[in-house]
Design a protein around this ligand. Structure first.
Ligand code: AMP
Ligand code: MG
Length: 397
């Protein structure tokens, strides 16, 4: 089959994908399972925090008009541990022993820290000195009732789920994670525990499913196919019907067994050639309206393609934009290999600049785990150490 390929730029390719209609869906999830979801509505405080006057220290609670003439002796009338209360009124010269986090009785004006006191015999205590601070956190000092604590659009990390718990919120509205299927194609992928001669293990399957999960997708399956046009067609038809996005790897080039490009042409092809390296044969198409991003089988190209093309789409399903942040970096090493296309290398950007991660080969896989950015070597250009380049930060994963 003759395939027409016209190279478009990375930016044009991203625009084409940005043109796909995506409708984020909102679902209710239990707060204990909400980690990694994006909040779809503001979280407002159902009650203030603290909800009661809270002691900041272990010590003794005293009345306002007893807060003078130290050192002075008091009678301890009760012990208030965290979680318990003391309700009856204090008389002058009386105090309550109180612990950190306990509810301070309404008439207590100050908690004198234990360090500023001396225990005497029985229930007598000597308070040696007072302090400027009351050591009491007043109601709503941290959060007022109905205050917006977490805005809609926030990805719920550990700190955020702890807020849900602190307010006793048992369920929240979040964006449904997009269902993503990963398909690795290639007759060289080993089925056995030990690859036979000429075969390799499928490392891109776990790479893509891991990246999709790191970006909060619901990975519904990782499939393997031999280079078989009919089997690939059938699987893609099924997976596009069942998922929001299908990401494939391998079989997009111009080899005799590269069937993804053929299937793209039979469907609604968005692009099938990019003016970039690695990953120039990267392809994207819609199959009955569902997006398929077909990445190169070369691991490094596959990694780069995921971040530039799949990640922004995964985030859009959650009402979000890409987490890749563009910036500038200073090259630690020069790069002299000239190319007709812009080259996007994966790098490590540290305090002393951007260095090449691994050897810069698109077939490389062993260094991908440590890349924290991509950087661009413009086409037909050699760059020298110390030059400034465009970089794209890979988000913390
Ligand atoms: P392709 O894009 O199918 O032409 O494959 C390009 C290169 O990537 C070949 O060397 C393949 O063996 C390798 N490759 C393809 N698929 C995978 C995979 N799932 N895991 C690791 N390497 C792969
Ligand atoms: Mg292949």
């Amino acid at each position: 089959m003759y395939l027409k390929r016209t190279a478009i730029s990375l930016e044009e390719a991203k625009e084409k994908l940005a043109g796909i209609t995506v409708t984020p869906k909102v679902v209710r999830v239990k707060s204990v399972e909400a980690h990694g979801f994006v909040l779809a509505e503001d979280l407002r405080a159902p009650f203030p925090i603290p909800a009661f006057r809270r002691s900041g220290y272990d010590g003794y609670g005293i009345l306002a008009h007893d807060d003078e003439d130290f050192p002075r002796e008091f009678t301890m009338v009760d012990e208030v541990g965290a979680g318990s209360t003391h309700e009856s009124a204090l008389k002058s010269g009386e105090c309550v022993r109180i612990m950190t986090g306990a509810k301070v009785p309404d008439d207590v004006a100050k908690v004198i820290m234990l360090e500023d006191t001396e225990a005497l015999s029985g229930n007598r205590v000597r308070i040696l000195r007072t302090s400027a601070k009351s050591n009491i956190t007043e109601i709503g000092e941290e959060v007022a009732r109905d205050e917006r604590v977490i805005p809609a659009g926030t990805r719920l990390n550990a700190g955020a789920v702890s807020v849900l718990a602190a307010f006793g919120v048992s369920e929240v509205s979040v964006y449904k994670k997009p269902r993503v299927a990963v398909v690795a194609t290639g007759s060289e992928l080993a089925e056995n525990a030990r690859p036979e001669d000429g075969k390799i293990y499928n490392s891109n399957g776990p790479l893509l499913s891991g990246l999709a999960q790191e970006n909060d997708a619901d990975v519904t399956g990782v499939y393997e196919l031999t280079d078989d046009l009919e089997a690939t067609r059938e699987l893609l038809a099924r997976l596009t019907a069942e998922n929001d996005l299908v990401i494939t790897t391998g079989g997009v080039s111009v080899g005799d067994f590269d069937f993804l490009a053929v299937i793209a042409q039979e469907n609604d092809c968005l692009f099938n050639k990019l003016a970039m390296r690695p990953g120039s044969p990267t392809t994207a198409f819609l199959m009955k309206g569902k997006p398929v991003i077909a990445l190169s089988g070369n691991p490094s190209a596959c990694f780069t393609g995921f971040w530039f093309f799949a990640e922004p789409l995964i985030r859009r399903f959650q009402g979000q934009t890409t987490r890749i942040r563009p910036g500038r970096g200073i090259l630690r090493d020069g790069y002299t290999k000239k190319n007709e296309f812009d080259r996007y290398l994966n790098g490590v950007n540290g305090a002393d600049g951007v260095s090449l991660n691994g050897h810069g080969q698109s077939s490389e896989l062993s260094s991908l785990y440590q890349a924290n950015c991509f950087y661009r070597i413009p086409h037909d250009t050699a760059v020298t150490a110390g030059e400034e380049v465009a970089i794209w930060w890979i988000p913390e994963r």
